[in-house]
Design a protein. Structure first.
Length: 175
């Protein structure tokens, strides 16, 4: 003898629909949202700020007088830029800024085709070049963004430009 067909009443239908809707919301909440479009510009600027700060600190340790003081101020300023960028990344994503490992590299000098000299220590010229690159990158990013982020990167570009044209060029080894 066949069993009777299950009876479906409104209560069962509503409970089933509610459970299905809850499952759909849970599945949607578990998906990862794409990163915000401004994130790449901010993380690039953050990486540059950290690298510039480290480079300026390294060069300042070998210098004396006004050049060492200027490099120390630049290192502190670029560190403050990194903090501001990290704060904005946190505000944008709701998560901690991506940790980056910063490496400072300078060019390798070769004396012949078979032997090479170890990397020379970085110089004020290297800091000027890094600041120039950071200023150009921040300027490009600032023009593509809007609002606070554009202002932040524009301010960083201006600070980097002032650092290498006003603070270092008259004091350093650059021409």
């Amino acid at each position: 003898m066949p069993s009777p067909a299950p009876t479906v009443n409104r209560r069962r239908l509503l409970l089933g629909a509610t459970a299905l809707a809850a499952a759909g919301l849970a599945a949607a909440a578990c998906g990862t949202a794409p990163p915000p479009p401004d994130l790449d510009d901010l993380t690039t600027a953050l990486d540059r700020a950290l690298a510039d700060s480290q480079l300026a600190t390294e060069v300042a340790e070998r210098m004396r007088g006004p050049v060492a003081q200027a490099l120390g101020a630049i290192a502190a300023q670029r560190s403050a830029h990194a903090d501001a960028l990290a704060d904005e990344i946190v505000r944008l994503t709701g998560q901690a800024a991506p940790s980056t490992s910063v490496t400072v590299s300078t060019s390798t000098t070769t004396t012949s085709s078979t032997s090479s000299v170890a990397d020379p220590p970085p110089t004020v010229d290297d800091v000027v070049g890094a600041l120039r690159t950071s200023a150009e990158s921040a300027t490009t990013s600032a023009t593509a963004l809007s609002g606070y982020r554009a202002g932040l990167l524009g301010s960083i570009a201006a600070a980097c430009t002032a650092a290498y044209t006003v603070a270092l060029t008259p004091l350093g080894e650059t021409s």
